[in-house]
Design a protein around this ligand. Structure first.
Ligand code: PLP
Length: 400
């Protein structure tokens, strides 16, 4: 059963890992090389410099760890905090839950604001918690920007405003794993202290790099942060990176891929990248409406442009849709995770993605919904998306 490769291709629409652009695949296809040869230092300095674009920073310090988003979480917490430190955060999906679990395992004193899975960060509840913290004991506010379980993008500028309104000095630690490089992200303007992302998401290269960006305030907090850290210690990176060195063997193919991917984003322009994600998401949401279904996220201000999470009608197991999509159409959709298992499926549209690619996901999802017993008219969702994209897609700038 595993040896038969179907004709065509696997149609990949999970919210990471995402589709890798042909030019990026070619850039990564290299023989073994020595990172201690003289060319490396300049190359690596350029990598760190170029990465600033997706974080929206001039002042922050990007650091690249071989690892994944989860490693980035650990770096953010252990470099800035000590066991016993109070932190406040939100639980509204599996990823925010897993980050909380890590905070607790690291011995932090975690105040969790519970939310409906499908909602974002409640600024009013955060305001209450910060106001009650008269002695300013809370050391960090931790927020998952885009909750990949539910398709919800929280409003980080509002979180920052809430912290400012309370004159609270806590650090702002942000998981941007499924937002950075796809959605608007302004590290400097929002005064984020540590932001985290992973290579298999919007950056659209294979899994294996955890990218973080640290503010001067975060770097200063390393001096007092007593959490044990070793592999993910910023200090080793900060000591060596300025001269283009690294404390352990870098993955050169991934770095080449990163540079090729950043070039694509730079050529497109980050504003256009963000606008493209919005256009793709809007089309996808039109299709959901056309199917007579609802996104798990109800509040328009929180609807994610990285992925769309669709609730299925009662009595239908969403896993059946994902299973038939893969078995019949070679289409990979995201399953419902944890508390929303069986209730939702997810269509990822972040990273290297365009209207015609996403159309095929919608075609496959529509057929799979019918296969799973959802009473739909073929074309009901797809037609809505096509109509929207036909009217809103821009001419590619170099082809005008
Ligand atoms: N945070 C978010 C929002 C995610 O979506 C994920 C993975 O999907 C992670 C963290 C964990 O990242 P990784 O699987 O790369 O360790």
């Amino acid at each position: 059963a595993f040896s038969h490769t179907p004709a065509g291709r696997n149609h990949l629409y999970v919210p990471g890992p995402v589709n890798v652009h042909d030019s990026v695949i070619r850039a990564m296809s290299v023989p073994g090389q020595n990172h201690r040869d003289p060319w490396f230092a300049e190359f690596y300095k350029q990598c760190l410099h170029d990465l600033k674009m997706i974080f929206g920073t001039a002042d922050g310090t990007p650091i690249i760890f071989p690892g994944t988003g989860t490693g980035g979480w650990e770096a953010a917490l252990t470099n800035t905090l000590s066991p016993g430190d109070k932190v406040v955060t939100f639980r509204y999906g599996l990823f925010s839950h897993l980050w909380i679990d890590m905070m607790q395992r690291l011995g932090l004193d975690v105040h969790v604001i519970e939310g409906r899975w499908g909602d974002g960060a409640y600024e009013d509840k955060l305001a209450e918690v910060l106001k009650a913290d008269k002695d300013k004991k809370i050391k960090a506010v931790c927020v998952v920007h885009n909750e990949t379980t539910t398709g919800v993008t929280s409003d980080i500028p509002e979180v920052r405003k809430t912290m400012d309104a309370a004159s609270h000095p806590a650090l702002l630690l942000v998981d941007g794993v499924s937002s950075i490089g796809a959605l608007d992200f302004q590290f400097d303007k929002w005064r984020v202290d540590v932001a985290v992302t992973g290579s298999q998401k919007a950056l659209s290269i294979p899994t294996g790099l955890a990218m973080v960006c640290a503010s001067d305030k975060a770097i200063a907090s390393m001096k007092t942060a007593k959490s044990r850290r070793c592999y993910y210690d910023f200090a080793d990176m900060l000591r060596l990176n300025p001269s283009g060195n690294v404390p352990y063997t870098p993955s050169l193919p991934l770095l080449y891929g990163m540079q090729a991917s950043l070039k694509l984003l730079r050529d497109e322009g980050m504003q256009n990248v963000v606008a493209r994600h919005h256009r793709l998401a809007e089309g996808c949401r039109k299709a959901v409406e056309g199917w007579g279904l609802q996104t798990l996220c109800r509040d328009t201000r929180w609807k994610s442009d990285s992925l769309t999470v669709i609730e299925v009608p009662k009595g239908i197991d969403s896993q059946k849709i994902v299973d038939v999509a893969y078995a019949k159409y070679n289409l990979s959709l995201g399953i419902g995770l944890a508390d929303v298992k069986g209730k939702v499926f997810r269509i990822g549209h972040l990273g290297n993605m365009d209207e015609l690619m996403l159309s095929s996901a919608l075609c496959g999802a529509e057929m799979s919904l019918i296969d799973a017993g959802v009473p739909l008219t073929p074309g009901s969702g797809v037609a809505r998306a096509l109509d929207y994209w036909q009217k809103t897609s821009a001419i590619i700038p170099t082809r005008e």
